[in-house]
Design a protein around this ligand. Structure first.
Ligand code: ZN
Length: 222
C-alpha cells in the first residue's frame, strides 16, 4: 500500500503555488487570498471594497465554493472578471485549482486579484495558492477566542480584518485581546476594523490595499 502523507501533498502544492505567484508577477497582478469562517463576511467585504477602489485599479476575483455559484454571481454583478471554482465538496482551495482559475483570466488586465477562499478556519491555512497577501476575516459574532483556537490561520495571516464591528456593543468580543493574541502568533500582522454591512472602515482598508499593490508594482518596475 502506498501512503501519501499530508506533508508531501503540501510540498507539491507549494510548488504549484510558487508557479502561480511567478505567473501573477510576470503579468503584474497582485494577488490576495481571503480566508475566514463561513459567514465571516468575505464576499460582503469584497462587495464593499469594490466601491472604494480607484477607477485605475482593475480588480478580479476567483470564488471558491463547495457547490454553488451564489458568491460568484454577487461578485460578477460588480462588473469584475470572476471565475468560480467548485471544489466538489472539498473544504479548501488548493494551488492546482487556482492555476485552473488563472487560466480563465486575462492576468495582463488585472491589477488586484482577490481569491475568496472556501469558508473554513482550519485547512485553508495550510494551502498556499500563489498569493502576495493573506487576509483573514474574523467577524465579531464568532468570538475573540477563535484567534487562539485556530493558531495556524493567524500565524500565517498578513492582515486580520475584524468584520461586523457594528455588533461590538451587543457581544463580549474583546478586540484588544484578539489583537494581542494575533500579534503573539505573528508580530507583523496588520489589523483593520470594518463593518461590511454599514461600510464603516472599508475605505481605510481599500486605501491600504491599493497602496500595497502600488508599492509592490513600483518595486517590481511595473
Ligand atoms: Zn480542507
Amino acid at each position: 500500500m502506498k501512503v501519501v502523507v499530508a506533508k508531501d501533498i503540501l510540498k507539491a502544492n507549494d510548488q504549484i503555488a510558487a508557479d502561480n505567484l511567478a505567473r501573477c508577477d510576470r503579468a503584474g497582478t497582485y494577488t490576495v487570498n481571503i480566508l475566514g469562517s463561513p459567514g465571516a463576511g468575505k464576499t460582503s467585504l469584497l462587495e464593499r471594497l469594490a466601491v472604494h477602489l480607484p477607477a485605475d485599479v482593475k480588480p478580479a476575483a476567483i470564488e471558491g465554493d463547495l457547490a454553488t455559484s451564489r458568491d460568484a454571481e454577487r461578485i460578477q454583478a460588480l462588473g469584475w472578471p470572476t471565475v468560480q471554482i467548485n471544489t466538489g465538496g472539498g473544504c479548501h482551495l488548493d494551488a492546482n485549482m487556482v492555476a485552473a482559475g488563472l487560466d480563465e483570466l486575462n492576468l495582463e488586465d488585472i491589477d488586484l486579484l482577490f481569491i475568496d477562499n472556501v469558508g473554513n478556519l482550519v485547512c485553508t491555512a495550510s494551502y498556499k495558492l500563489g498569493e502576495r497577501l493573506r487576509i483573514v476575516v474574523l467577524s465579531i459574532t464568532e468570538g475573540d477566542e477563535k484567534v487562539i483556537k485556530y493558531p495556524p490561520m493567524f500565524q500565517r495571516a498578513d492582515v486580520v480584518v475584524f468584520n461586523k464591528t457594528d455588533l461590538l456593543p451587543y457581544t463580549d468580543f474583546d478586540l484588544q485581546r484578539a489583537k494581542n493574541d494575533a500579534k503573539h502568533l505573528h508580530s507583523a500582522t496588520e489589523f483593520f476594523e470594518v463593518s461590511a454591512r454599514t461600510g464603516a472602515g472599508v475605505d481605510v482598508l481599500a486605501d491600504w490595499l491599493v497602496h500595497q499593490q502600488a508599492q509592490w508594482a513600483a518595486a517590481s518596475h511595473r
